[in-house]
Design a protein around this ligand. Structure first.
Ligand code: ATP
Ligand code: MG
Length: 452
C-alpha cells in the first residue's frame, strides 16, 4: 500500500476511535443529564402542585380544583399529571410531542425508567381522588439528542476535512519521494541521464543532491567505459592492420621470389644447367630462412630485421641486388643519399620501395626501374619515387591486393601521402611518396628493440 494511504488510514483510524469515545462520553453525559433533568422536573412539579393546593381550605369543588391543577400541567415538557378520581376515571395532562423524536432503541438506552410521585393532597381535596406525577424524558432527550447529533456531525466534518487536507498535503510532501523512486528506476534501467530537482525540505534537498551527484558519477563512468572500449577496439583494429601490413610486406615478396626461383629452376632444368639450379635452390632456402625470420619478427611485433643495422641505403641496395640476380634483364638505377631519417621513416621508405619494386617486377614487365629519394628542405618533405617503364597501371584491373593500401597507410601514418599513376613522359608507372622531414630528435631516437 502506498505510504500516503497508509498514513491517512492510520490517522482516520485514530479519528474514528476518538469519534467513538466522544460518542460514548456524550451518551453517558446525556444519560446523567436526563436523569438529573427528570428529578428536577418532578420536584418542580411537586412544588407547583403544593403551591396550587396551599389555599384549599375554602374550596367548594375539590374535583374541579384538581382537574384545574392537572390542566396546568398541559404543555409541560417533562412531567405528566394524572388525576385518579374516586369513581376510577382518570384525567391526564398532555405533553407536547417532541419535534425530532429519538429512535426508540436510544430512548430505551438513555431514558431509564420514568420517575413517579404521588402527591400528598390536603384533606379538603383528598376526597376528589389522588394526583400522581410522572416524568417523561421524550422531550428532554429529543433536545439533548439534537445537540449530541450536531456535535458528532461537527466532529465528523472536522475529521473528514482534516483527512482530506492531510491527504493532499501528504501527496505534496511525498511527491519528491515519487520522483526519486522514478529516477532510481531509470538509473536501474541504465539511463544515467536521470536527474531530480533539488527539493525544498533540507533532508530531501540533501537526498536529491546526493542522487544527482551519484547519477553524474555513473554517467561519467559509463562514458569513460565507452571511450575505453572504443579505444580498445581502435587499438586492436590498428594492431590487426599493422600485422596484416607487416605480413604482406615482409612475407609476400619472399613468397613471390620463391615462386620466381621455382619457375627459373624449371627453365634451368630444361637447359640442364645444374650449377645454376643449385644456386637457385640456395636462393630459395635463403628466402625461406628470411621468411622464417620475418614471421618470427612479426609474431614478436618486431621491426623489419636488418634495416636498422644496415641503414636504409644499404638495405635498398640489397633489395636491388636481390632482384638483379633474379631479373637480370631489368636495369636498376638508384639515387638516394646514404643517411637515416630515423627508424620510423626509414622503415616506411624501405617497405614502400620493396613493395613498389615487387609490384613493378610482378605486374609490369619493365626494362628499367628507377628508385630515388630526395630531401626538399624548402617544402620540408622527403620525396621518394619508384618508376618503371613497363606496361602501366590500369585501375580497372587492380587485383584487390593489399600492397597499395599498405603503402598508402604507411605514408598517411607519418603525415605524408602516396600516389601511384602512369607516367606522362613514357609508358610505365610512377609511385611517389611525400613524407614530412622529421625533427632532429626523431632522427636520433633509436628504439631499444632496434638496438638489440
Ligand atoms: N608498377 C605497376 N605496374 C602496373 N600495375 C601495377 C603496378 N603496381 C601496382 N599495379 C596494379 O595495382 C594492383 C594493386 O597492387 P597491390 O600491390 O595492391 O596488389 P597485388 O600486388 O596484386 O597483391 P599483393 O601486393 O597483395 O600481393 C595490382 O594488381 C596491379 O594491377
Ligand atoms: Mg603488390
Amino acid at each position: 500500500m502506498p505510504l500516503r494511504l497508509l498514513l491517512v488510514r492510520s490517522i482516520a483510524l485514530i479519528f474514528l476511535a476518538t469519534l467513538a469515545l466522544s460518542s460514548l462520553l456524550v451518551f453517558w453525559r446525556t444519560y446523567e443529564k436526563v436523569e438529573t433533568d427528570m428529578t428536577a422536573a418532578l420536584a418542580a412539579g411537586q412544588r407547583a402542585v403544593a403551591n396550587a393546593t396551599d389555599e384549599s381550605d375554602g374550596i367548594t369543588q375539590p374535583s374541579w380544583r384538581l382537574e384545574h391543577i392537572v390542566a396546568n400541567f398541559n404543555g409541560d415538557r417533562n412531567v405528566r399529571a394524572t388525576l385518579q378520581r374516586a369513581d376510577n376515571s382518570q384525567v391526564r395532562s398532555l405533553l407536547p410531542p417532541p419535534r425530532h423524536p429519538v429512535p426508540p432503541f436510544l430512548f430505551k438506552l438513555l431514558a431509564g425508567p420514568p420517575q413517579t410521585a404521588t402527591v400528598d393532597l390536603p384533606p379538603a381535596l383528598k376526597s376528589a381522588g389522588t394526583l400522581r406525577l410522572e416524568t417523561d424524558a421524550r422531550n428532554d432527550l429529543a433536545g439533548l439528542w439534537d445537540d449530541a447529533k450536531n456535535l458528532l456531525f461537527l466532529l465528523a466534518i472536522f475529521a473528514g476535512t482534516c483527512l482530506l487536507v492531510l491527504y493532499f498535503m501528504l501527496g505534496r510532501a511525498l511527491r519528491p519521494l515519487e520522483e526519486l523512486t522514478h529516477a532510481f528506476a531509470r538509473i536501474g534501467n541504465g539511463d544515467y541521464r536521470a536527474r531530480v530537482p533539488i527539493f525544498a525540505p533540507l533532508e530531501l534537498a540533501k537526498l536529491s543532491a546526493g542522487f544527482n551527484e551519484m547519477a553524474v558519477r555513473l554517467s561519467e563512468m559509463e562514458h569513460r567505459n565507452h571511450r575505453l572500449h572504443e579505444q580498445l577496439e581502435t587499438v586492436q583494429e590498428e594492431e590487426r592492420i599493422e600485422l596484416a601490413r607487416n605480413l604482406h610486406d615482409d612475407v609476400s615478396p619472399l613468397l613471390f621470389s620463391v615462386d620466381v626461383d621455382a619457375m627459373t629452376i624449371r627453365e634451368l632444368a630444361q637447359s640442364k644447367d645444374y650449377s645454376a639450379i643449385v644456386e637457385r635452390s640456395h636462393a630459395i632456402r635463403g628466402a625461406v630462412a628470411e621468411m622464417k625470420r620475418n614471421v618470427k619478427a612479426i609474431l614478436g611485433q618486431l621491426r623489419p630485421s636488418g634495416l636498422h643495422a644496415l641503414g636504409l641505403a644499404s638495405a635498398v641496395d640489397n633489395l636491388i641486388s636481390y632482384w638483379k640476380t633474379r631479373r637480370p634483364e631489368i636495369t636498376f638505377r638508384i639515387h638516394m643519399p646514404d643517411k637515416s631519417w630515423g627508424p620510423r621513416i626509414d622503415g616506411a621508405l624501405y617497405s614502400i620501395i620493396r613493395e613498389s619494386l615487387n609490384n613493378a617486377v610482378k605486374h609490369s614487365q619493365p626494362s628499367l626501374i628507377e628508385v630515388s629519394i630526395e630531401e626538399a628542405y624548402e617544402s620540408g618533405f622527403i620525396v621518394a619515387r619508384i618508376a618503371d617503364d613497363g606496361c602501366g597501371f590500369d585501375a580497372n584491373n587492380a587485383s584487390g591486393g593489399f600492397g597499395l593500401i599498405g603503402m598508402k597507410e604507411r605514408a598517411a601514418l607519418l603525415g605524408g601521402a602516396l600516389t601511384i599513376q602512369n607516367r606522362r613522359d613514357k609508358s610505365g608507372v610512377a609511385v611517389a611518396v611525400r613524407l614530412p622531414l622529421p625533427s632532429e630528435d626523431e632522427i636520433e631516437f633509436v628504439p631499444e628493440i632496434a638496438a638489440q
